[in-house]
Design a protein around this ligand. Structure first.
Ligand code: FES
Length: 110
């Protein structure tokens, strides 16, 4: 189990926390009180979602959005709901929140 950040680093629908795992960029975020993490690689072209560091929510704060071509994703499962990679998904990482911190457990298959 690897610590990613403190719980207070993730505000509801706020800036994502950027980190690296296995030399790949990743993000952790809070949505609906839950924490989620993904590799920071768009399902369209594997480049980082955020142009401004951590700024991954769209204006409605309902979806994650890629700053390059505007693909938008469900924050709870990484599924692309619209844009050039509709139907594909971000690569999700398994995280838990415990002892006022966010921890990476392992990669899931989704
Ligand atoms: S690189 Fe993300 S939508 Fe094209």
């Amino acid at each position: 189990m690897v610590k990613i950040c403190d719980s207070q680093d993730l505000q509801e629908r706020g800036l994502a926390f950027r980190f690296n795992i296995k030399e790949r960029a990743a993000i952790a975020l809070r949505y609906g009180g839950q924490v989620y993490a993904y590799y920071n690689e768009c399902a369209h072209v594997p480049i980082e979602l955020d142009f401004n560091p951590g700024d991954v929510f769209d204006l409605s704060r309902q979806f994650l959005i890629c700053s390059t071509h505007g693909a938008y994703y469900d924050p709870t499962n990484g599924l692309c709901l619209g844009g050039p990679c509709s139907g594909r998904s971000l690569h999700r990482l398994t995280v838990i929140e415990k002892d006022n911190a966010v921890w990476l457990l392992e990669e899931s298959n989704s």
